[in-house]
Design a protein around this ligand. Structure first.
Ligand code: NAP
Length: 320
């Protein structure tokens, strides 16, 4: 008998076909609408595997319903939407999709850094709204990127890829993790510093660590107050690592100069969110990994992880 799986969002057809070779597949057949919680609660009771996105909260009460569930495969590298401890207690495997999205997310992080510092969205709106009447010396001036100092919180896969991009812009790179990476420091010519120094010395602060109880509000009012008034904060990791109220206050008071944000405490972001009222914020709808190729690779890797788990193997990307 084929194992049964539930897919919580419409996936590209080749991925569904691949899964259907091995499994009995049921899928929430909508692309732009998340599966309602009550449907997920019902479907999880009858399956061996769940294929889900970061939009689904896979918490303890939901996992309790999955009495025959063996594996939850998340189509994302971040897995803060899943209660991994609760899953492990019940012997349910959890997998993610590391690696395949590293370069694409680093590209987007650098793009956001550039967009916020050179005011690209604001400048484009200025033109489209008919405000461009003349050229003037200080019109729409931003902050330099070439030769500036970049600070990276969370020098993992994506952080390292970002540091490699920065070398092309002759940037000095600082990083901070819980553990040092001497070989990477040597290879990329980057420097490990404490949290305070990174905040004080960087022209750009990029956040690339996972969202965990430890990193919740990692950047709050105190941290922002240490940053340069000309600095730009970029968060492409997860909402909740940067405290949004503190960020809003810092931006309106000129404590920092600008921000580029791809991820929010609550997603989708309300259009009346205070951060969206600020011209010095470039806000994006969580598109870090959104290239055609990378999303297909993520979808495919999540499928393979799920199949490995269901076929009795230890999945390559098991989260512990
Ligand atoms: P990774 O390779 O696991 O890197 C995470 C880094 O964060 C590690 O170097 C880790 O080093 C550091 N870290 C963890 N906890 C920390 C703490 N408390 N203080 C300081 N540093 C800490 O992960 P990755 O693949 O680069 O992905 C990073 C995150 O990006 C993911 O978790 C995900 O949430 C996010 N992401 C977002 C998008 C998007 O669409 N915007 C796309 C992909 C990924 P230590 O363990 O030494 O501290």
């Amino acid at each position: 008998m084929k194992p049964k799986i539930y897919i919580s969002r419409k996936l590209p057809e080749p991925i569904v076909s691949r899964l259907a070779e091995v499994c009995e597949v049921k899928m929430w057949d909508k692309e732009e609408e998340p599966v309602p919680r009550e449907i997920l609660e019902k479907e999880i009771q009858d399956v061996d595997g769940l294929y889900c996105l970061l939009t689904e909260t896979i918490d303890r009460p939901l996992l309790e319903l999955g009495t025959r569930l063996k594996i939850v495969s998340n189509m994302a590298v971040g897995y803060n939407n899943i209660d991994v401890a609760a899953a492990n207690e019940k012997g349910i495997m959890v997998t993610n999709t590391p690696g395949v999205l590293t370069e694409t997310t680093a590209d987007l992080t650098f793009a956001l850094l550039m967009a916020a510092s050179r005011r690209l969205v604001e400048a484009s709106d200025y033109l489209r709204e008919g405000n461009w009447k003349t050229w003037s010396p200080m019109q729409l001036t931003g902050q330099d990127i070439y030769g500036a100092t970049l600070g990276i919180f969370g020098l993992g896969r994506i952080g390292e890829a970002l540091a490699r991009r920065a070398s092309g812009f002759d940037m000095k790179v600082y990083y901070h993790n819980r553990s040092r990476k001497p070989e990477v420091e040597e290879q990329l010519g980057i420097e490990y510093v404490d949290k305070g120094k990174l905040l004080r010395k960087s022209d750009f602060v990029c956040v690339l660590m996972p969202f965990t109880p430890e990193t919740k509000n990692y950047i709050g009012a105190e941290e922002l107050s240490l940053m340069k008034p000309t600095a730009v904060l970029v968060n492409t990791a997860r909402g909740g690592i940067v405290n949004e109220e503190a960020l809003y206050q810092a931006l309106i008071k000129g404590v920092i100069w600008g921000a580029g944000i791809d991820v929010f405490e609550e997603e989708p972001l309300r259009t009346d969110h205070p951060l969206l009222s600020l011209p010095n914020v470039v806000a994006l709808p969580h598109i870090g990994s959104a290239s055609v190729n990378t999303r297909l690779k993520m979808a495919s890797l999540a499928a393979e992880n799920l199949l490995q788990g269901l076929q009795g193997e230890t999945p390559e990307n098991l989260v512990k």
